[in-house]
Design a protein around this ligand. Structure first.
Ligand code: SF4
Length: 326
């Protein structure tokens, strides 16, 4: 077994946009550029950033449902199976599952939820046929959905229950890694807490690894062992959770954390004001991509892209001016 279950190396993903007019040039959108990130066996790694930072695109590449335009992704020591190799994809899909935010989109509105969970066993031909519905019921019970709801349709249950169904579908094949894309952001706060507690329990009991994509730094703090921060398609900082939250070293991470509401005013961080909006990924700035908004930018920042440097154990930062914590 590889120590790193998932290893992404210099991953890039671009999209060629449609022409707006027949004579216009086709434009390339660089959603993800040069991202290297790993998830260890049983580890939960958070990927945070603003909307449009490329974190969901990276999640889809890491889960193998979008091919990378550059770089490589390995799962359990082997390259991700190509999309056209259906048999290999199926074998891999039972070990690596994706949980989406959009639960209505992820579930079939015309099938009762029990059948939708059983369907995963049918697709992967796991367990004898007569056992499959019982196993589906057990998977739903494990995530807190009673047998009474087996015959219900997705629109007949709540958003929190639908997210539990999506998690049960992801778990029933016995995966080693879940890629969770904003799994709780569509839920209200009390239901969020329940789903987060469920994910933590499943992780403890099953030793599941997870790539947890979220814009919510409070949830990420509760759930993750390590955290990577994405800005405009690149990772600007990654560190063990305690190190990142106690001593964020990149100005962007500092700004994100300063914007997180805290109950105790004594724990409030000095506010770092970000200038303007994130630039378009169609034309990312030269040098450090964050320089047009960075309150600490110096002339070098516009000319030279900072390479990640390890300034504390496991704490990597891509900033010319970042210094090791005292
Ligand atoms: Fe700011 Fe320069 Fe560091 Fe980029 S490299 S984050 S612009 S100080």
């Amino acid at each position: 077994m590889a120590d790193h279950l998932l290893e992404a190396e210099a991953v890039g993903r671009s999209f060629l946009l449609r022409r707006r007019t027949p004579f216009a040039r086709r434009r390339l959108l660089h959603a993800v550029t040069g991202v290297s990130l790993s998830v260890g066996v049983g580890e939960t790694v958070g990927l945070v950033g603003e909307s449009g930072s490329g974190k969901s695109t990276f999640g889809r590449v890491a889960a193998g449902i979008l091919p990378a335009s550059a770089g490589s992704v390995r799962f359990a020591g082997a390259p991700l199976a190509p999309l056209r190799d259906t048999a290999a994809r199926r074998r891999q899909a039972s070990r690596l599952q994706l949980v989406f935010q959009d639960t209505l989109g992820a579930l079939n509105p015309r099938l009762p939820i029990g059948r939708q969970v059983r369907e995963v066993l049918d697709i992967h031909d796991l367990h004898p046929r007569p056992e499959r519905m019982d196993r589906a019921a057990a998977a739903l019970e494990e995530v807190g959905i009673g047998r009474a709801l087996l015959a219900r349709y997705p629109h007949e249950i709540s958003g929190g229950q639908r997210q539990r169904v999506v998690i049960a579908r992801a778990l029933i094949a016995g995966p080693e890694l879940l890629v969770c894309d904003e799994p709780v952001s569509a839920l209200d706060v009390s239901v969020q807490a329940q789903v987060v507690a469920l994910l933590q329990a499943l992780r403890r009991e099953r030793g599941l690894a997870c790539l947890f994509i979220s814009h919510d730094l409070r949830v990420v703090r509760q759930v993750c062992d390590r955290v990577a921060v994405m800005y405009l398609g690149t990772i600007v900082e990654q560190a063990p959770r305690a190190s990142l939250y106690a001593t964020p070293l990149h100005p962007y991470t500092q700004a994100l954390l300063a914007a997180v509401p805290v109950d105790d005013p004594r724990l409030r961080r000095p506010r770092t004001l970000l200038m303007g909006e994130p630039p378009s990924p169609l034309a990312p700035p030269e040098g450090c991509r964050f320089h047009p908004r960075c309150p600490r930018a110096v002339p070098r920042c516009a000319a030279e892209a900072p390479a990640p440097r390890e300034l504390a154990p496991g704490h990597l930062v891509a900033c010319h001016l970042a210094e090791a914590p005292c």
